[in-house]
Ligand binder design. Structure first.
Ligand code: SF4
Ligand code: SF4
Length: 310
C-alpha cells in the first residue's frame, strides 16, 4: 500500500510512544456542540464555570488558529491504581499535561518537515492537552480513535477507557492526510456502548442517571478534585467517604477498562500512593507533599483540600 503522509506521521507518533494517532478535517462539530449546549443549559457543569467560557472556540477550533485545516489527535494510556486506592489513577505520576505536551512538541519538530514538503507551506500549529477550549473527546472520535462512553469518558479502540488525549491544530490541508488507511481505521471503530449500561448502575451517587448525562454536582470526582470548597463533616453535598482525589467506579465497571502499558512518568508515584492510608494523608506535612507531589496533578486540589476530603 502506498506510504501516505498519514502513515508517515503515524510512524513518528508510535515511535514517540503514542498508542494511537488519527486525524480529522477542521470544521465545526454539530452533535458535540449540541451536547455542550445541553450540558450548560441544564447546569450539569456545577461550579466549573470555565466550561461556559469561550464556547465559540470550543465549537469552532478554527478560531484558535487562523487557516487551520486539520486536527491531529494522539492517545496515551495511563496506569491503573490497585483497587481501593483512594486516589484516581491519572494522578499516579507527573502531571500528564506537561508530560504529553513535551512529546507533542517533539512530534511537531520531527513531523513538520514532512508536512511542509507535502503542503509547500510553513507549518503553523498549536498543541493542546486538556488545557484550552478544545473539545478533545469529540476530536478523538472524529479522528477515528474511539467513541464516547455513556459515562462521558472517551473510549480508545487501542487502549480502552484509561487514556489521555493530545491535540495538535495545524494549517495542513486535511486532504493531504485523508487516505485509505485512515478511512479504514475510522470504519473499524465501534459507534457506541451498545446495551451495556454498567457504569450507570455502578455510580455510587447517582451522578450518572442516563447515558451521556453526567451531573457534575453529584460526581465524586468533581467534589474531590475540582470543587475547592472545604466542607465541615456532615456538610458534604454527596457522600464521598473513602475517596480522596477522584473516583473511578464508572471506569472500573466498564468492559473497556483494559490493562495498560503507561509511560513511566505517568506512574512514577504509584507504589508510594498505594502505600498511603487516609491517616497518612491527614498527617502529611506540606514539605512531604511538595517533595513527592510537586509537578503532579494532585496539586490541582492541594494538600488542604485533600486532607479535607479524607
Ligand atoms: S466518577 Fe464516580 S461519582 Fe462520578 S460519575 Fe463516575 S462513578 Fe459516578
Ligand atoms: S460501562 Fe458500558 S455503558 Fe458505561 S462507558 Fe463502559 S461500555 Fe459504555
Amino acid at each position: 500500500m502506498e506510504e501516505t503522509l498519514f502513515i508517515r506521521l503515524e510512524d513518528i507518533a508510535r515511535g514517540l510512544g503514542f498508542a494511537d494517532f488519527g486525524a480529522a478535517r477542521m470544521e465545526p462539530l454539530e452533535e458535540p456542540a449540541r451536547r455542550l449546549d445541553s450540558y450548560l443549559e441544564e447546569g450539569r457543569n456545577a461550579g466549573m464555570d470555565y466550561m461556559g467560557r469561550n464556547v465559540d472556540k470550543r465549537k469552532d477550533p478554527s478560531l484558535l488558529l487562523e487557516s487551520a485545516g486539520s486536527v491531529l489527535c494522539f492517545v496515551v494510556p495511563y496506569g491503573k491504581a490497585r483497587k481501593g486506592t483512594p486516589v484516581a489513577s491519572f494522578a499516579l505520576g507527573k502531571d500528564y499535561h506537561k508530560v504529553m505536551k513535551d512529546r507533542l512538541y517533539t512530534f511537531l519538530s520531527q513531523a513538520s518537515p514532512l508536512m511542509e514538503a507535502a503542503s509547500g507551506a510553513a507549518v503553523r500549529a498549536r498543541v493542546f492537552v486538556d488545557s484550552a477550549p478544545v473539545m478533545d473527546r469529540a476530536w478523538a472520535v472524529e479522528s477515528g480513535l474511539g467513541f464516547y462512553g455513556c459515562n462521558n469518558f472517551f473510549i480508545s479502540q487501542a487502549v480502552g477507557i484509561r487514556c489521555l488525549i493530545g491535540i495538535i491544530l495545524c494549517n495542513v490541508d486535511f486532504s493531504l492526510l485523508d487516505c485509505p488507511q485512515l478511512r479504514l481505521k475510522k470504519q473499524a471503530v465501534p459507534k457506541d456502548c451498545g446495551r451495556c449500561g454498567s457504569c450507570i448502575s455502578h455510580c455510587p451517587t447517582g451522578a450518572l442517571k442516563a447515558p451521556y448525562t453526567l451531573d457534575a454536582g453529584r460526581c465524586i470526582s468533581y467534589h474531590t478534585v475540582e470543587n475547592k470548597t472545604l466542607y465541615e463533616p456532615g456538610d458534604r453535598p454527596v457522600d464521598f467517604a473513602g475517596y480522596i482525589f477522584g473516583c473511578e467506579e464508572c471506569m472500573r465497571a466498564c468492559p473497556w477498562d483494559k490493562e495498560t502499558d503507561p509511560w513511566p512518568e505517568l506512574v512514577c508515584n504509584k507504589e508510594y500512593i498505594e502505600s498511603l492510608s487516609a491517616a497518612d494523608w491527614k498527617a502529611m506535612s506540606s514539605e512531604e507533599f511538595e517533595k513527592h507531589f510537586a509537578g503532579t496533578s494532585l496539586t490541582r486540589a492541594g494538600l488542604l483540600k485533600i486532607k479535607n476530603n479524607c
